[in-house]
Unconditional design. Structure first.
Length: 553
């Protein structure tokens, strides 16, 4: 028997129409050098229509064509987020922190026909233009720029505002799109090998947004103002730009002002209720708030994900500033919302912590399982560790192999029965709480036992004089591998390595204690702000680190 229900395609077009009308008075505020610039959702939708006209009528964009953005989080980027998928084209968000070679690779691989680029990042694009294939026909530059940078570009160059000006403010948006058609592409920011393309469908974006707006996630409503510090080129800013149009939450866009001071200032002034970012950014913001002078109490919730959130960071926000931090896990391949760490009911604040420092629970739409080293299913008992595999309606089932080619399903990324192999290692409790101990490639295999680099880092970062700590595996003659601890001290710190080792000795088993230690100025970071452990391992191998050996006293 078939159901009697309507079969309405779940599309970005629906999200756009809803936000533009029902939430037409909600606002997108972009932080600029000259203060905040505010536009209503209705205005943003009208400008999206103008952009769609320009892309279609002037630049010849048709259904299925790829339109890329190389932009900060701002109103114009939001306009592209809405216009491009809703006209049936595909939005490709380019990561402006990618190394030049990778940037060129993904523009060519996705066959971008147009790139909408912020004038402030044009030098990055200009540097790779000679490497770009002739599939790229037009550049649309938003904001002031230096035209000399584009002297060698044979395609069309357009100024964003001039291009969209005087065009109709409504557009025959596609209501009949196949919900399984491509809406957006995002490439992984993998530190090894070429980036891999994940193509989100209209349906996956829509369902994921509903999850973002669910009470057990960001829980966005029309009463919120949300500050996506996470870039719109990093897994669609975790779904927030579209989810806001669905729920009516105001958006506060930080543009390129991602340093602790302007962030604290915009929070103080615009008073967002929810925000989201990776731990490294929040670390800097916490120091800024600790220094005093800014009020961040408008924030009812800050979501941290992208790498393991050190418990000390969560507690710092909560205990010193009354801001609740919620830990979440996800990846480019999972849209990204995979887990969210809401503790169970009936616990005291103290009892909640062991749940809150986990990566959290999977929503109903995301199934999870753990696979052991020989392919066996590991029990969800909170102890047995294995590689996390997931499946669900917003989880990738393959990678984009280029236009006209069948998608790729490499065996190390997808199981034979179609689950995504995340490369993350951890445990799951019987009631569904995921705790990640490592990336599979980052675990430290010492004498047949696994040492969790994340656990050592979290414990080290709980020391008040430690700003950041990254622990990696290095080769060891006796044990195969041993941990190397690299530590960034806070300004004015007096603690020496011996003291840090003693601090750690009180918190982890003695066989896990690193012998090799190095104080560094900064932990190298990837293009999305994660610890770049490959670089640390290479620095160690090339003897670029000043390593101190500390054994038992
Ligand atoms: P990306 O595709 O760049 O978002 O990277 C995804 C990877 O980031 C995941 O596979 C994890 O290794 C890591 N990650 C994301 N969130 C967390 C988290 N809350 N705790 C630990 N690792 C995380």
């Amino acid at each position: 028997m078939f159901s009697t229900m309507q079969d309405v395609p779940l599309t970005v077009t629906r999200i756009l129409r809803h936000g533009a009308t029902v939430h037409g008075t909600s606002t997108v505020t972009t932080w600029t050098e000259d203060g905040p610039v505010v536009r209503t959702f209705a205005e943003v939708a009208a400008r999206s229509a103008q952009l769609a006209h320009a892309l279609r009528d002037e630049l010849g964009i048709r259904e299925g064509d790829v339109v890329a953005t190389l932009m900060w989080n701002n109103t114009e980027h939001q306009e592209a987020y809405l216009a491009v998928p809703s006209m049936g084209a595909v939005l490709h968000t380019l990561n402006l922190r990618l190394p030049a070679q990778q940037l060129a690779y993904i523009v060519n691989h996705a066959a971008d026909r147009v790139i909408v680029v912020d004038g402030s990042v044009l030098p990055l694009l200009a540097a790779v233009l000679p490497q770009l294939a002739d599939t790229l026909e037009h550049l649309v530059v938003s904001g002031p720029y230096d035209p000399a940078l584009l002297a060698g570009f044979a395609g069309g160059v357009h100024e964003y505002e001039a291009l969209i000006a005087d065009r109709p403010t409504d557009f025959p948006w596609r209501d009949d799109l196949d919900e399984r058609a491509a809406a957006a592409i995002c490439y992984t920011s993998g530190t090894t090998g070429d980036p891999k393309g994940v193509v989100y469908s209209h349906r996956s974006v829509y369902l994921h947004c509903m999850q973002v707006n669910a009470a057990d996630s960001f829980g966005l409503t029309g009463q919120d103002t949300v500050l996506p510090v996470v870039p719109m080129f990093h897994v669609n800013a975790w779904g927030i730009p579209h989810a806001a149009f669905m729920s009516g939450a105001n958006l506060l866009m930080p543009d390129r002002f991602l340093q602790p001071k302007p962030l604290a200032e915009m929070i103080d002034r615009i008073r967002p209720t929810v925000s989201a970012a990776v731990p490294t950014i929040w670390n800097g913001l916490l120091d800024e708030l600790d220094a005093g002078g800014h009020d961040a109490t408008s924030l009812r919730m800050v979501v941290i994900g992208g790498s393991a959130c050190p418990p000390a960071l969560m507690k710092g926000f909560e205990e010193r500033h009354g801001i609740r931090v919620v830990h979440a896990w996800g990846m480019t391949e999972t849209s990204p919302l995979g887990t969210f760490a809401t503790p169970p009911a009936g616990l005291t604040a103290e009892q909640e912590w062991p749940y809150r420092v986990t990566q959290g629970r999977f929503p109903a739409s995301v199934e999870a399982r753990l696979t052991g080293p020989s392919g066996e299913r590991m029990p969800h008992d909170g102890v047995s560790a294995g590689e996390l595999e997931v499946r669900g309606p917003w989880i990738a089932g393959a990678y984009f192999a280029g236009a006209g080619r069948d998608p790729e399903r490499p065996a190390d990324k997808f199981s034979e029965d179609g689950w995504l192999r995340t490369g993350d290692v951890g445990t799951i409790t019987a009631d569904g709480f995921l705790t990640l101990t490592d990336r599979a490639k980052d675990v430290i295999k010492s004498g047949g036992e696994w040492i969790s680099s994340v656990e050592l880092e979290n414990q080290l970062m709980a020391h008040p004089e430690v700003a950041e700590a990254a622990v990696v595996a290095v080769p060891d003659e006796k044990w195969g591998e041993r941990p190397l601890a690299t530590v960034v001290l806070r300004p004015g710190a007096t603690a020496g390595l011996r003291e840090l080792r003693a601090f750690l000795a009180e918190r982890v088993a003695s066989w896990q204690l690193p012998e090799r230690w190095a104080i560094v100025e900064a932990v190298p970071k990837t293009s999305v702000g994660k610890f770049d452990k490959k670089v640390i391992r290479a620095d160690y191998a090339a003897e670029r680190l000043e390593v101190t050996l500390l054994g038992k006293e």
